[in-house]
Ligand binder design. Sequence first.
Ligand code: HEC
Ligand code: HEC
Ligand code: HEC
Ligand code: HEC
Length: 129
Amino acid sequence: MDTVRYRCLVGAVFTSAALMIVGAVALAGHRVDRGPAKITVKTPGSTKKPPVTFDHAMHQDRVRSGATCKTCHHNPEARRDCLSCHGKPANEKTPELKDALHKRCKGCHKKIATEKPNAPTSCDGCHKK
Ligand code: HEC
Ligand code: HEC
Ligand code: HEC
Ligand code: HEC
């Protein structure tokens, strides 16, 4: 009886130690740069609409927003600044920043409007003064 219990205990200690190592390796391997928690996007030089501030961290939380990194950062290149590719002048292939972001951001919000009324679809909901 006693030896069995002893073996179980040793087994448990080894298992939890192994799990801790696996956990630590997994954490280290997944340390991606998540960028700022809050982000303000602004078309340089534009005065038509106030810039848009949104909760990047909340949007990264798939459970809450339904988005993965790729939903917005569609391009696998390391460069993640949308403006670096979607700056003016746009060409027929690459939409300008406003159109790219309206399509991506507003597009999702409109689609989920009934289940997620907190996802703004009105101009002022995103372009807050
Ligand atoms: C809802 C859309 C959206 C989602 C989802 C999203 N991001 Fe972002 N992210 C943005 C926008 C917009 C910017 C600002 C880019 C810019 O400055 O033009 C940004 C900026 C960043 C930056 C800073 C880039 C820079 O050059 O300043 C990093 C890093 C980043 N995101 C990582 C991630 C990772 C990792 C995930 C997934 C866990 C993620 N993002 C999910 C929209 C998103
Ligand atoms: C490295 C360059 C690059 C970066 C960075 C980039 N894009 Fe794009 N994007 C493109 C190109 C090129 C196209 C047109 C070809 C295509 O559809 O892939 C495009 C097309 C799009 C489109 C229209 C096609 C579609 O997928 O619906 C949207 C919307 C878009 N980008 C949003 C974004 C957003 C939002 C960001 C920043 C989070 C971003 N892009 C960052 C290069 C880039
Ligand atoms: C895949 C779907 C999806 C995409 C893409 C998306 N959103 Fe959202 N967004 C949501 C959801 C869902 C909520 C509401 C979450 C809640 O109810 O708590 C939200 C809430 C918001 C809010 C209000 C809360 C806050 O963040 O301050 C703003 C502003 C916003 N989104 C801006 C944006 C912008 C800007 C983009 C594009 C860069 C974007 N969203 C792209 C799903 C999305
Ligand atoms: C889901 C969020 C969202 C909604 C809703 C939205 N926008 Fe935007 N819009 C953005 C983002 C993000 C940008 C790019 C950053 C910027 O320049 O403000 C942008 C850019 C713009 C720009 C170009 C920048 C400028 O100031 O010239 C105009 C104009 C604009 N939006 C008008 C509108 C109008 C009009 C509506 C309502 C019909 C609207 N937007 C609704 C997110 C949104």
